[in-house]
Design a protein around this ligand. Structure first.
Ligand code: CP
Length: 311
């Protein structure tokens, strides 16, 4: 595996290898010295054309804990604002010697374009492309579920809310199917994508009927920034039908997890008391994201030929 573009590209064995490696690396967090020399001399570029808190910072932390050099590129404040293209930006980074480029872009497919053109010779990691995919989010979600629930084979996972605009939902459906879980996408008809019938999952418009049969419920952010005002649901109506509040949380089995990829709209898709409850693993998802991204960088880069010496 050279790139990580889609959760659907991972075989079951590859996905389990990443999760098992992340489990070993997570134990580093409990040690006084958290760094490994594994990627010394390698350069990881964080190429972010869209805002991010968790993904960008955790990729940076992951690369640094493996002793890689990290270059952070944000489109804001760069020559992208003067009209520089994705190609010229990529060629500039390539000229500076990137072994891996972690890319977040508003355009679905941008990481695939970077990986497929030869503009970047190193590994390309998709850190979220438009409404398409966010594979490392799905991996950290699976990792978090596995730590609490054990094997995901036969586990029932509800993914709830604005599926239409969610790259997290698509990557989770792909990865969880590979790992043998049963996913139900829940949301209003207007926020489920056309063609969802062809995905490897069930769908429901009725959250209350799903909760009692769920091992983990993953609430999705309502992505107001990707919505036309005409389609934007009222916060009150949305949270009445699809928000996870304490009354709905009480319908879950005792062992069930409450998840959210963040950032949250507290009071809309999830109430503040539920987000902060003992059932919530939302903060733990962020912690686990570092270990999972370390595992991905390690498996993609460690031992790979040094492209800088080849040039
Ligand atoms: N979950 C997630 O992708 O969060 P950020 O947008 O903060 O990276």
């Amino acid at each position: 595996m050279k790139h990580l573009l889609s959760a659907g590209d991972l075989s079951r064995d590859e996905a389990l290898q990443i999760l098992d490696t992340a489990e070993e690396l997570r134990s580093l967090a409990d040690r006084p010295i958290k760094k490994l020399p594994t990627l010394r001399g390698r350069t990881v570029v964080n190429l972010f054309f869209e805002d991010s808190t968790r993904t960008r910072i955790s990729f940076e932390a992951a690369a640094k804990r493996l002793s890689a050099d990290v270059i952070n590129f944000s489109a804001k404040g760069s020559s992208v604002t003067k009209g520089e293209s994705l190609k010229d930006t990529a060629l500039t980074l390539e000229a500076m010697g990137a072994d891996a480029v972690v890319v977040r872009h508003w355009a679905s497919g941008a990481p695939h374009r970077l990986a497929g053109t030869g503009w970047i010779r190193g590994s390309v990691l998709n850190a979220g492309d438009g409404t398409h995919e966010h594979p490392t989010q799905a991996l950290l979600d699976a990792f978090t579920m596995r730590r609490h629930l054990g094997s995901l084979e036969g586990r029932r996972i509800a993914v709830v809310g604005d599926v239409l605009h969610s790259r997290v939902a698509r990557s989770n459906v792909l990865l969880l199917a590979t790992l043998g879980a049963e996913v139900t996408l829940v949301g209003p008809p207007t926020l489920l994508p056309v063609g969802v019938e062809g995905w490897t999952c069930d769908t429901s418009y009725d959250l209350d009927s799903v909760l009692s049969k769920t091992d983990a419920v993953m609430m999705l952010r309502v992505q107001k920034e990707r919505m036309n005002d005409a389609f934007f649901p009222s916060a009150r109506e949305y949270s009445r039908r699809y928000g996870l509040d304490s009354a709905r949380m009480a319908m879950l089995p005792d062992h069930a997890l409450v998840m959210h990829p963040g950032p949250m709209n507290r009071g809309m898709e999830i109430s503040a008391d539920v987000a902060d409850s003992t059932r919530s693993v939302i903060v733990e998802q962020v912690t686990n994201g570092v270990a999972v991204r370390m595992a991905v960088l390690y498996l993609l880069l460690a031992g790979a030929p040094d492209t800088q010496e080849d040039s």
